[in-house]
Design a binder for this molecule. Sequence first.
Ligand code: MG
Length: 404
Amino acid sequence: MRFATGRATDQGRIRTNNEDAFLVDDERSLFAVADGMGGHRGGEVASHTAVEALRAAFASGRPVDTAIAAANSAVFTRGESDPDLAGMGTTLTAVAVAGPGELIVGHVGDSRAYLLRGGTLERLTDDHSLVEELVREGRLTPEQAESHPQRSIVTRALGVDADVEVDVYRVPVGDGDRLVLCSDGLTVMVRERDVERIARTETDPQRAAESLVAAANDAGGEDNITVVVVDVLDADAPDTATPDTATPDTATPDTATPDTTTPDTGRGEGRSWGRAVRNAVLVLLPLVLIVAVAAGALGWYARRSYYVGTDRNEVVIYKGVPGGVLGWDPTVERRTGIALTDLSPLDQDRVATNGSRGALTTVEAYVATLRESTTTTTTTTTTTTTGPAGDGPAVREDPPLPPP
Ligand code: MG
């Protein structure tokens, strides 16, 4: 098969580092996205370890699903051997050629693979996340899931257990089909219909990847964003896989692609000063009104929303928006007495990046699950590691589930 590819990654607007990684190995037609999590440098190490181990295992002749299992072992072993990296994990969604006219997708976690065919976007993978499992069980609607405070809690990840269950999808493809692999930093910020519109409009795969990342940043960029676009140019072309000599394109944070998409702001000029001034007033007056209304709405939003963050080592509930909005800085609403260091690495990560937001009742419910996890961690640690591979939540045992 013959492909054209595009790739882009960005740390987003809130995070201070990029824990995503990707792989574009044109030589072997192997493509992947990984989204790491864990305290300190854990997330970064997990995603890059996984991608590199995947590439090495695939290059040595293993099929995608066992190559992902090998990546799991690599992350797990590394986490076991270094206390600083203990508890780290990563998602991994990988695509390779299964045979003539057929791709294979291997998948663990809440990154996603989409297929764009005839202008319509179809999601290929199921998220291994708490909220998506609740949606599948009918306990949450998809709309509730979109804004659920626990939407970034994954229930299956690489590096958490010695074994992992890998979802495998076989995807028949034809010329003109496009695959989009992405981390949740895209799909949490950009609705699927907008992902579809951008993926359909930008014909060049590199521009498509960059535009999708830019759209996530325009929407707030609350997480690291990574997109790999794979266009099927010739589904029947013979396989060109070669021995392990190629140097694939793997992303590291210091080579992250900067945001280069700038909107066209060009505007026509008035013909005379009088007309220009009149036009300016006609245009500016509604604009001023719009800005005033928007500022009021932002202030209202800033002062009535809450999020979970930290103050020194303590988990606290803040009123406002992380970083503040138009001069409205967040204030401490409530202290919880929960020490950040008592939380699991995944929860620490989530709290440190202010991942839980919403109404006061919503964030209080999340704090309640944190409190419960700190009191049950010591008693459940042994049972979580002896459960069947891939069955248990990666974060903690059965967190209580408040309605959003
Ligand atoms: Mg993410």
